[in-house]
Design a binder for this molecule. Structure first.
Ligand code: SIN
Length: 478
């Protein structure tokens, strides 16, 4: 990996401002399977040290003015932009996504830092008229405290900034545990935070296997909040571990997004939206269209147009020019995709796209027509570049299938009928709904799910509330 600033590639954990370097574990490049670097496997004792460092740093950090914290966040943001190309290279090397997409993620990640730097200055409370004469009541906003941040491998940069920036703006301090598949994007952010002047101990980053670190973070009474992005299974387990110490929780968990195309949809726009939603990051996102529901009148034209677009996708190493689908993160991901496709084909689905001869580590992007609700891919996230098409006849049927899942993260639909737009938008049981768009992720908009897709919202004004407590301060004797 060639970087303009090689110091950004840090193979060390960050605890209380000290970089701890030990080659305990290997990190591999998913495009080649070769070793990319090493990292320490942080112990429970080191996790406790990081929590103590965050607790010690909290006193000064929360006492700073909002403007001071905002200025430091803006400096961090500017450094991310200045080093965007290196950050994108690191991201592609460890995660595999095409460099063009990695550049997009860096800007997306940086946008949260800018947004919450701006929001830092708008953390207002309220003055409540008292029901009792001679009294005043203030609702004051205060930082939650030390926060544990556990992030996934699919967005190694943006999922950190989306959690850390609002926390820092609110006056909290952080112990971050990035995925052991993709630690280097997090560590590069740590280097830039240090250069921005964010004080020692405000951001701590623990690398290594998740079990000991996770259990120590969730078990600690000092840690007052956990924010996690990942599977529903792990989210529920972490919530259980947090229960004895009653932490505030933000959980951004699994999805099973329906993507509905009604007969009256603009075909070209619907295909464009399906490509954007389904194939972003090779289908490895929680908001990816997982089930494409297409009404019978537009079905054949949609399948033909989507097939042509998928056939034209270029698959290869993310560093190669023009590549649109990189390698999958690991063999387990490939196995899950293969299992879903094999099950669907055995139950009557038909592959409409060409087949490519790809090296190990890559999944062949495909369209499957004739999908139905008895298939595994109807109930589980495939997390890969597979677009199963379910044919439907009526709006009621589409809504029944779309809502027939325990998950409730994202849903999309295409229609030109305004009455239907409102009806369907309101009937979809999801936290994020895209009408005539496949792109629903922006720093200004609340991101999060309902039902088994989690708790809380990230980004937007709501994102900072997750890191604040409200204190009711009663003044008597006035
Ligand atoms: C995710 O897949 O968890 C995040 C996707 C996004 O922010 O758009």
């Amino acid at each position: 990996m060639k970087l303009d600033d090689p110091d950004l590639f840090r193979q060390a954990a960050l605890i209380g401002g000290q970089w701890i370097s030990r080659p305990d574990m290997e990190v591999t490049d998913p495009a080649t399977g070769k070793t990319l670097g090493h990292m320490p496997d942080c112990s429970a004792a080191e996790t406790t040290e990081a929590i103590a460092a965050a607790e010690a740093a909290m006193k000064d950090w929360r006492a700073r003015t909002h403007a001071e914290r905002a200025d430091l966040l803006m400096r961090w943001y500017q450094l991310m932009l200045d080093h965007a190309e290196d950050l994108a290279r690191i991201l592609t090397a460890e995660q595999g996504k095409p460099l063009q997409e990695a550049r997009g993620e860096i800007l997306y990640g940086a946008s949260f830092v800018r947004w919450f730097a701006e929001e830092a200055r708008r953390i207002n409370g309220a003055i409540i008229p008292s029901p009792v004469p001679g009294k005043k009541i203030f609702a004051m906003k205060e930082p939650v405290g030390v926060c544990a941040i556990i992030t996934p491998w699919n967005f190694p940069n943006a999922m950190i900034t989306r959690k850390v920036a609002p926390g820092l703006a609110a006056g909290c301090t952080m112990v971050i545990k990035p995925s052991d598949f993709t630690p280097y994007s997090a560590l590069a952010l740590g280097v830039l935070a240090e250069r921005a002047g964010i004080p020692k101990g405000v951001i701590n980053i623990l690398t290594g296997r998740p079990e000991a670190i996770g259990a120590t973070l969730t078990g600690s009474a000092v840690v007052r909040k956990l924010s996690f992005t990942g599977s529903t299974r792990v989210g529920a387990m972490l919530a259980e571990q947090c229960a004895p110490t009653l932490k505030k929780l933000s959980l951004e968990l699994g999805g099973n997004a329906p993507f509905i195309v009604f007969d009256d949809a603009d075909l070209e726009a619907a295909v464009e939206g399906a490509m954007a939603s389904k194939f972003r990051n090779g289908g490895q996102t929680c908001v990816c269209a997982n089930r494409l529901l297409v009404q019978s009148g537009i079905h054949d034209a949609f399948v033909a147009a989507l097939t042509a677009r998928v056939d034209a996708l270029r698959v290869g190493p993310g560093t190669e020019d023009g590549v649109e689908i990189g390698p999958m993160i690991n063999n387990a991901a490939i196995d899950k995709i293969t299992t879903h496709v094999t099950d669907a084909l055995a139950k009557g689905a038909m592959r409409t796209t060409r087949s490519r001869d790809l090296p190990a580590g890559y999944a062949d992007p495909m369209v499957l027509s004739g999908a139905d609700t008895g298939m595994r891919l109807a109930d589980e996230e495939t997390f890969g570049p597979v677009a199963p098409i379910f044919r439907f006849e009526t709006e009621e049927e589409a809504l029944r299938i779309a809502n027939g899942t325990p998950f409730g993260l994202a849903a999309y639909f295409y229609t030109t009928d305004m009455a239907r737009a409102f009806r369907v938008g309101e009937a979809l049981e999801f936290g994020l709904v895209g009408l005539n768009t496949g792109a629903i992720s922006h720093e200004v908009s609340p991101f999060g799910g309902v039902k088994a897709s989690g708790l809380g919202r990230e980004g937007a004004r709501e994102g900072i509330e997750e890191y604040l407590e409200t204190k009711a301060f009663h003044f008597g004797g006035l």
